[in-house]
Write a protein that binds this ligand. Structure first.
Ligand code: XBP
Ligand code: MG
Length: 263
């Protein structure tokens, strides 16, 4: 019997819908500011999301979508500069309070805190972005809700590599059997599973709904809120969860017990 001791949350697409109206807009502002005529529209950005990490995404864009661009000698330095500008635009956007947490996220965080279940973040995005999101949505103490914030370049290999989850669990000093992860993308699912975590909830969004989530314990459209029930979309335990309207701690404990027992 393995207790559920920690919830590890992905950030972009999971805690908040940050990609289309946040990161994408910030990239475009940074490009315009640098005098570049690059525009990442919603469809192109959806394709670019296949690559995690903003610097890696710009690199991928140049190699696959904009080969005509005359690359500077110090390409890595050029991309790093663009990305710093993008982070400044992104954190400013969040500071304006335009991007809320997804439905049910604050409810579940509060429930976990009250029950003494430890909280952590495992994300590809830059640490400043996590701070800006948590402070703009949960208040100035938002970061302190999370015991571990594993973010960005703290590990060299980003999702779908397992490294960021492995790092977060090492900081928590917990084995994978005592953790449950919440993700929104196929890259995230691969990262979680390869880190040895079997308890895995996926909340989909517009960019990820059609992706492959095999191996997930449960797939839902969102966590559910009073007056806004979730829709069950799949996962190994979907049948068992029928009739439920929200992901709460009790559901996660059932999910964890069933998943860990089976593996
Ligand atoms: C999502 C990502 C990130 C953001 C951009 O990560 O792929 O790259 O789009 O963030 P996750 P940066 O879902 O794991 O949170 O530009 O700061 O890299
Ligand atoms: Mg994500």
């Amino acid at each position: 019997m393995h207790p559920l001791n920690a919830l590890i949350f992905d950030v972009d697409g999971t805690l908040a819908d940050t990609e289309r109206d946040g990161h994408r807009v910030a990239f475009n502002r940074a490009f315009a500011e640098a005098g570049l005529d690059w525009v990442w529209d919603e469809a192109l950005y959806g394709a670019l999301l296949a690559v995690t990490g903003g610097k890696e995404r710009i690199h991928h864009y140049l190699h696959h979508y904009n080969q005509a661009f005359q690359q500077p000698v110090d390409l890595a330095g050029f991309i790093a500069g663009l990305h710093r500008a993008k982070t400044a635009h992104y954190t400013q956007l969040l500071g304006e309070g335009l991007i809320p947490l997804r439905p049910g996220v604050q409810r579940l965080l509060e429930e976990a805190r009250a029950a003494g279940v430890r909280l952590a973040v495992a994300t590809t995005t830059t640490p400043e972005n996590v701070t800006a999101l948590l402070e703009s949505t949960l208040g100035s103490e938002g970061c302190s809700w999370f015991e571990v914030i594993a973010a960005g370049d703290i590990v060299p290999a980003k999702k779908p590599a397992p490294d960021i989850y492995t790092w977060a669990m090492a900081q928590l000093a917990l084995p994978p059997e005592q953790c449950l992860a919440i993700e929104d993308s196929d890259n995230g699912v691969r990262s979680v599973l390869d880190a040895g975590i079997r308890s895995l909830l996926v909340t989909t969004n517009g960019y990820t709904a059609e992706q492959n989530f095999s191996g997930a314990s449960l797939v839902v459209d969102q966590l559910g809120e009073h007056g806004r029930p979730m829709t069950l979309l799949g996962g190994e335990l979907a049948t068992m969860m029928q009739g439920r309207a929200m992901v709460d701690l009790e559901l996660l404990r059932v999910l964890h017990q069933q998943t860990v027992e089976k593996s």
